[in-house]
Design a protein around this ligand. Structure first.
Ligand code: ZN
Length: 266
């Protein structure tokens, strides 16, 4: 039987593991095939590394993180923090094309309609993915794809990760996959260090001493990151009785079809 395919579309090399590592590990454990599509090169994620060197490091970390989970990864190589400077419409076309090539039953990406997303790459990509996954089934959208032999494709399940509780309509129990998610995140060593350094710099700006950071994180930044990830997943999970959960804005079919499906099941 053909494996179900999952396409994960994210702006930076660590975003899949960080935001959806539990769900991805769960899908892979169920025998699905998973591809990460990373839009940018991640060159801005450091206070000390030069852009070119960091791009190489993050590309390798991305491969290791994906492979650890059992996924494949491809890069679009747009410049980090400047994704919205790409020629208008170019990214949307590339995403529709990838969906028609890969024909995923499931897409995981970010919810464009959540509040408080401050990163321009995250905001821009979320909108472009939404445009792509909701229209890639229409033959008159980019008809040149059909001339090239590609087929229109309807993505059935859309899992959009969000930290906005008002947007979450599905919480996935990822308790069994927490360790896998953390270890995949650990492959992004440059980002583990960067995220903690960022917090320490903010603490300094606030006039606080570095020793406010718990768990000896100055010596082992991963401990602090793991603590933050676990705390967040525990908060999400406990609202529905799971030890650890990931929150998504989930959609599948038109509401009328969902109602018919539900009535048929009950
Ligand atoms: Zn990111």
């Amino acid at each position: 039987m053909k494996k179900k395919r999952v396409l994960v579309i994210i702006p930076h090399p660590d975003d899949a593991e960080y935001h959806a590592g539990g769900l991805i590990a769960k899908f892979i454990s169920e025998g699905m095939e998973v591809l990460f599509l990373v839009a940018t090169d991640g060159r801005c994620g450091s206070y000390s590394q030069a852009p070119f060197k960091l791009t190489k490091i993050r590309r390798q970390e991305g491969i290791e993180g994906a492979n650890y989970l059992g996924a494949q990864v491809e890069y679009l190589n747009y410049m980090d923090y400047e994704l919205d400077q790409a020629p208008v419409g170019e990214l949307r076309e590339k995403l529709v094309r990838k969906i028609r090539e890969y024909q995923p039953e499931i897409v995981i990406a970010e919810d464009p309609f959540q509040k408080d997303q401050v990163h321009p790459d995250h905001r821009y990509l979320a909108y472009m993915v939404s445009d792509a996954i909701n229209f890639s089934q229409l033959p008159n959208v980019f008809p040149k794809h059909l001339d090239e032999g590609l087929q229109p494709h309807y993505v059935i399940e859309k899992y959009l990760f969000t930290e906005d509780p008002l947007r979450v309509n599905k919480i996935v129990d990822v308790t069994e996959f927490v360790e896998k998610k953390l270890q995949a995140m650990k492959k992004h060593q440059s980002q583990v260090e960067f995220l903690v350094e960022d917090v320490l710099r903010q603490a300094k700006s606030a006039g606080l001493n570095e020793d406010i950071i718990p768990l000896g994180a100055q010596n082992d930044p991963f401990q602090l990151l793991a603590y933050a990830i676990l705390t967040q997943m525990s908060e999400v999970g406990k609202t529905v009785g799971y030890q650890y959960g990931e929150g998504y804005r989930f959609s599948r079919f038109h509401p009328a079809i969902e109602t018919i499906l539900q009535n048929n099941h009950s």
